[in-house]
Design a protein around this ligand. Structure first.
Ligand code: SF4
Length: 288
């Protein structure tokens, strides 16, 4: 984590806790049990107070940041007060937003500057619960998404592609169009090979070249219905050219890595590259 924020960085992070009530099978930063709420809160206050006023975006994350309850809301309020121009991107499993009152407090604190990134692993509740490592997670997350929408809070749906969910990506896209058409955008994300993703690699690892066709079908489905859609963390050389327009430079600047072959690549500066933290490189990389 950075000790100071940078105006244009995509990795200005307020880390709220390492605890989480999900145990996602591919978690890149597995949760801990330490009671670190007060320590993190005090660190975060210092970061906010020393941040440049022009900071474009801060990310509030964990673990699961909403486990901090009212301290999480307090943090959002403080960002609004100290950094009125800054967008607030919260990464949450969405379960705490099944509580209407909590969502309302968030709206009051964050006004129109807050947007929530929520993972949805499958259109089938059992697959979502298995991937989340928490029974009942799908129902709570779905209710949370509806409550957020009801308060007019922007929602980014995040789908981390793995061996347990890639084959239903087109069905998931249809489900989103039918049930969650109000989300601001949908992001399909390549997996980072670290933490529990590495530990559970045999069960969950799948190469982008093996899921590209399912991914492209899902992206096309959403795009055809005018639902904004993006591809994160997958290098351009692993995607058909007509899908490059959906890919973004999504990997945090401090984590991004390029290979020697990337030096000769014509799309090097538009490509997200690779996770520097991953234990392996994707198969099939080649300069364009
Ligand atoms: S060769 Fe490197 S820079 Fe080019 S698309 Fe592949 S990963 Fe990206």
């Amino acid at each position: 984590m950075k000790e100071r924020f940078e105006i244009d960085s995509n990795s200005n992070v307020l880390f709220v806790t390492s605890q989480c009530n999900n145990h996602c099978i591919m978690c890149c930063q597995p949760p801990q049990k330490d009671d670190d709420f007060n320590f993190c809160f005090n660190q975060n206050i210092k970061l906010i107070k020393s941040a440049p006023k022009e900071t474009k975006v801060v990310c509030i994350t964990g673990g699961e940041p909403t486990l901090a309850g009212d301290s999480f809301i307090e943090l959002v309020s403080l960002v609004r007060k100290e950094l009125p121009l800054t967008d607030i991107h919260v990464l949450s499993n969405g379960r705490a937003f099944s509580d209407n009152e909590f969502v309302h407090k968030l709206k009051v604190a964050g006004e129109d500057k807050v947007f929530i990134g929520v993972p949805l692993h499958s259109d089938f509740f059992r697959d979502h619960d298995i991937i989340s490592g928490a029974k009942g997670a799908f129902n709570e997350t779905m209710l949370g998404i509806y409550n957020l929408a009801n308060e007019g809070i922007l929602i980014e749906l995040r789908i981390v592609i793995n061996k347990l969910n890639y084959y239903r990506l087109p069905q998931l896209a249809k489900y989103i169009f039918k049930n969650l058409y109000f989300v601001s955008w949908v992001a399909f994300m390549g997996m980072e090979d670290t933490g529990w993703a590495s530990k559970n690699a045999e069960t969950i690892w799948v190469e982008p070249i093996d899921y590209a066709s399912q991914l492209c079908r899902a992206v096309k489905e959403l795009d055809d219905w005018d639902i904004p859609v993006a591809i994160y963390n997958i290098p351009l050389c692993l995607l058909p050219t007509e899908y490059h327009r959906f890919a973004t430079r999504s990997i945090s600047d401090w984590k991004t890595r390029y290979l020697d072959i990337c030096n000769d690549c014509s799309v090097r500066f538009e490509c997200c590259g690779l996770f520097g933290t991953s234990m392996r490189n994707y198969q099939g990389l080649k300069a364009i």
